[in-house]
Design a protein. Sequence first.
Length: 246
Amino acid sequence: MTRTLKLGVNIDHVATVRQARLASQPSPLEAAQLCIAAGADGITAHLREDRRHIQDADVIALSQAGLRLNMEMALTEEMVRIASTLVRPQSCCLVPEKRQELTTEGGLDAVASLDKLLRWVPVLKNAGIAVSLFIAPDFAQIDCARQCGAEFVELHTGSFANAVSASEQAAELDRLAKGAEYAHSLGIGVNAGHGIDYENIKPLLAAVPHLHELNIGHSIIARAIMKGVGAAVVDMLELMKDYKGE
Ligand code: PXP
């Protein structure tokens, strides 16, 4: 059976580890290629204004390697220029950004940002880039996506992922399902992301219709470490085994 739901892997945390030493490894490009070889449909990378993990050279390398790249970015003139002239990814996902946050905390307030969206979304689209807005599953936000001509919304699944009770989780799933129905009825593609892991993906997929793509980062990279750390230790021990110290 063919799989219709696409997976975009967010590789920001590979760059986080690299930046901890300002080294060349682990390489986000190599990680991206492994993700694609394993069956992922695309790669997401967030070029933050503070460049805390992914660097300009990373998104350029990912794009030049011919990977299907979804570049996450803030709605700023600098980022629109980098995306539309230097990187030219297949898609851009516009997200809010705060310097102090650990990760993207909320969705973009598309209602408050409508003027900027009307200004910058056409620039991205004219560069051949599909535009997605990372928003809460609220009808007013989705209306703004339609107004500015975004082809996709990425529904923020963070409130669902962080729900502390079954009733809260059910309420968040209901919001996501209604948001997905509404966006789909307007002809907008529906993606989802943030906080999706190996447990909560099941209720999410059972409840939310019309999903085109999930963007998942932290849980996949966390599992990659746990699946790979043993093999990495074996490799190092192999290099140490013949040492006699004399
Ligand atoms: N989608 C968007 C727009 C994000 O900002 C993030 C986090 O960088 C993700 C998806 C991935 O979230 P997570 O790392 O929690 O899977």
